[in-house]
Design a protein around this ligand. Structure first.
Ligand code: FAD
Ligand code: SF4
Ligand code: SF4
Length: 665
């Protein structure tokens, strides 16, 4: 016989001012199966919890309904309390009479009637609840970090500090990401390489780090605590165990293509190391530009390599790893140059983008740190910087703000003025967004100390006439059209999601927005988690971010990983789907419906007939209890623990009693 206790909370005046809590408790006391019903000012407080604890014992209660706020808020509190008294926590339900009644009704009579019916439904549900046991899954104490930019490096370093091994997968031949391309960084103007390269070295030499560069994720399966990952190590065509890094091959290779790292401002060879401080500092062969692979001849590198490290026959290798958690840190790209034809980008030599300017500024860059006009190598005396190129522009499909351009443009103009003392710097802007610590002061410095001229307005056209570049735009503050003769134009082009991010998201089963940035589980409360347990986000793969925000998020993601992997097993709520093997007809409709890949094929032996058959099985470690599989199961072999058909019908039938009462009246 059920002996259910109903505890109605006032929530101070939050509930009690709109719901007659005493009337709710009185009505509940008369419901079949209710042994005790009472009200109290704050059920979640210490005296409130003591009241429940004592009543469970004195009244020998078998289940609880707490009529209070949202279960999101205090369900764990009351379930924990039940457990302390020896009651199974899944025999506790919450009737949400705050958000569903007092907060949405003004009429006390209506709110009270609704609260009574809500409690009636939950009492019927609790009567049908069965005790459930938490699911325990073992944990693999190893983490995978995808992307070796500053976000991935920081996350990796933080994770290994806790003694947890890290496997890093980086798509390009070296770790470092975009930060390795930068010169000085706002707002402190410290040298990017000087703060990044020691971290790159520390990570690569750490005994707990396995680095897979020139590699990508092929497949991810499994679930939180137990992911299985297939990593494709692309053929480098150079055996790094034999290679001594002498560089003869790169010197003698006759095939030249433009360097991605210098964004086309210099050339590299087909066999190359992307930049001098690269890690690993050994070359790979880009087969798309190698004469051996495109024309079947050459082989100079193989002939000259003293270590016999060149291997034209090398194939991609698939490495399998098991990890407990994953940090995604795949960063960003810049908008395709072709999208801004009206600004001459990619057509006019002296129109470049922000990253190209960074490479020019860099002492290890293609010009040795000298700012020059790409067309003739002369020092530009007038430089026009244009902000928001592509960003905040619906017509280019990018309505969002790229967040970093206002700041790096101020930095660029400032660094230009430091190096070309008699130069003139103009910045076209819509508005200046300088929200970070010390950022507003930084922009002010550019204007006050370095005499950078800010022009508020959009640029309509950039064109070349008789070898001279002109920038045409409006100055909305003076209301005039302006045309500036520029020696160099630097475009602050929009930040976009990294190419291939949608495909990676599908492989990882994490969400992404319409622009391809990965989505967090909750923008305020769970900003580094994804909706897939055990997978976290760090850096600009989630949205455009500067380095301070990237590093903060990377450390936050790392602390989540450390927290997750600090215990030997994971405890999960048992509210998952379950298959009745006897009823299952092995159609596997559920398998194609489950968004988490939780359905497995197993062989099952009927204990009565001893016959074997193939059936579906829900992996409780993966199942998120979303219930998507239930409606597609034609023979009704699937049920959701804690939300079984019997429980739901019990609630609905309780409600239809009310409908009958209204009808009868
Ligand atoms: P990234 O640097 O983009 O690194 C991502 C890494 O992941 C890359 O190595 C990439 O190859 C790898 N990757 C991508 N996809 C995959 C995949 N599928 N598998 C494996 N690996 C993958 N910020 C500042 O705070 N101060 C500045 O002065 C500043 N100046 C800037 C100037 C310019 C012109 C620009 C464009 C940006 C500037 N920034 C600055 C911003 C800074 O570049 C970013 O904040 C930072 O690089 C973000 O780091 P990240 O690791 O998230 O991404
Ligand atoms: Fe079995 Fe139902 Fe899944 Fe079909 S949909 S395989 S019957 S559980
Ligand atoms: Fe997959 Fe959702 Fe069914 Fe669980 S309840 S098996 S997550 S569809």
């Amino acid at each position: 016989m059920a002996r259910i206790g109903v505890f109605v909370c006032w929530c101070g005046s939050n509930i009690a001012s709109t719901v007659d809590v005493k009337a709710v408790a009185k009505a509940a006391a008369s419901f079949p199966g209710v042994a005790h019903a009472t009200d109290y000012k704050y059920m979640c407080s210490d005296p409130g919890q003591n009241l429940i604890r004592e009543t469970i014992e004195s009244e020998h209660l078998t289940g609880l309904v707490v009529a209070a706020c949202s279960p999101r808020m205090h369900e764990p509190t009351f379930r924990r309390l039940a457990l302390e008294t020896g009651m199974n926590p899944y025999l506790v339900e919450m009737a949400n009479i705050r958000e569903h009644c007092s907060w949405v009704h003004e009429d006390k009579g209506e709110a009270t009637a609704k609260a009574i019916e809500t409690v009636r439904m939950l009492v019927e549900k609790v009567k049908r609840n069965s005790p459930l046991e938490e699911i325990r899954v073992p944990v693999t104490k190893k983490a995978l970090v995808i992307g070796g930019g500053v976000a991935g490096i920081q996350a990796g370093l933080d994770i290994v500090t806790a003694g947890i091994p890290v496997i890093m997968v980086e798509r390009s031949p070296s770790i470092g990401g975009h930060m390795a391309q930068l010169d000085e960084t706002f707002p402190t103007l410290d040298c990017s390489q000087c703060i990044l390269t020691p971290k790159m070295v520390e990570l690569s030499q750490h005994r707990l780090v396995t680095l897979h560069t020139f590699s990508e994720i092929d497949e991810v399966s499994g679930f939180v605590g137990n992911f299985k990952v297939k990593i494709r190590k692309k053929a480098r065509t150079v055996d790094h165990d034999k290679c001594t890094g002498c560089g003869i091959c790169m010197e003698k290779c006759p095939a030249k293509v433009s360097s991605e790292f210098d964004r086309g401002l210099s050339d590299r060879k087909a066999i190359y190391v992307p930049f001098p401080q690269a890690i690993p500092n050994k070359p790979v062969i880009d087969r798309s530009s190698c004469i051996w692979f495109t024309k079947g001849r050459c082989g100079v590198c193989k002939k000259l390599c003293p270590a016999e490290a060149i291997d034209f026959e090398e194939k991609d290798v698939i490495v399998e790893e098991q990890v407990g958690a994953i940090v995604v840190a795949t960063g960003y790209d810049l908008i395709d140059r072709g999208l801004y034809g009206e600004y001459g980008h990619g057509k006019i030599k002296d129109v470049i983008d922000g990253l190209q300017f960074e490479r020019m500024l860099s002492a290890s860059g293609p010009t040795g740190g000298k700012i020059v006009r790409p067309s003739d190598g002369a020092t530009p005396k007038t430089v026009v910087f244009v902000q928001c190129v592509g960003s905040r522009d619906d017509s280019k499909g990018i309505p969002y703000c790229s967040r970093i351009c206002c700041m790096y443009t101020a930095k660029h103009a400032m660094l230009y003025k430091h190096r070309v003392k008699d130069g003139k710097a103009y910045i076209f802007y819509i508005d200046v967004r300088a929200g970070g610590k010390g950022y507003e002061e930084f922009v002010k410095r550019a204007v006050d100390e370095d005499r950078v001229v800010y022009l508020r307005g959009r640029v309509s056209r950039i064109f070349e006439k008789n070898g001279t570049v002109f920038v045409k735009g409006s100055d909305t503050l003076s209301g005039q059209q302006v045309e500036i003769r520029a020696d160099l134009v630097v475009l602050a082009t929009a930040v976009t999601s990294s190419h291939g991010s949608r495909e990676l998201a599908q492989r990882l089963r994490i969400g992404f927005d319409q622009y391809g940035f990965f989505t967090e589980a909750h923008p305020k409360l769970r900003p580094v988690e994804t909706t897939t347990p055990g997978i976290y986000l760090a850096g600009a793969c989630q949205a455009p971010k500067d380095i301070p925000d990237t590093v903060s998020q990377a450390s936050a993601a790392a602390s989540k990983v450390i927290g997750l992997l600090s215990s030997d097993e994971l405890i999960r709520e048992p509210l998952v789907a379950r298959v009745d093997e006897k009823v299952c007809i092995a159609c596997f409709m559920c398998e194609s419906t489950c968004p988490y890949g939780a359905i497995e094929h197993v062989t099952w032996k009927d204990p009565e007939t001893r016959k074997e058959k193939e059936v579906a099985r829900v992996n409780p470690g993966i199942c998120e209890g979303c219930g998507a599989c239930l409606p597609v199961c034609r023979p009704k072999a699937l049920d959701l623990m804690g939300f079984s058909d019997e429980q739901i019908y019990g609630e609905i039938n309780a409600l239809s009693d009310l409908v009958k009462v209204i009808h009868d009246e």
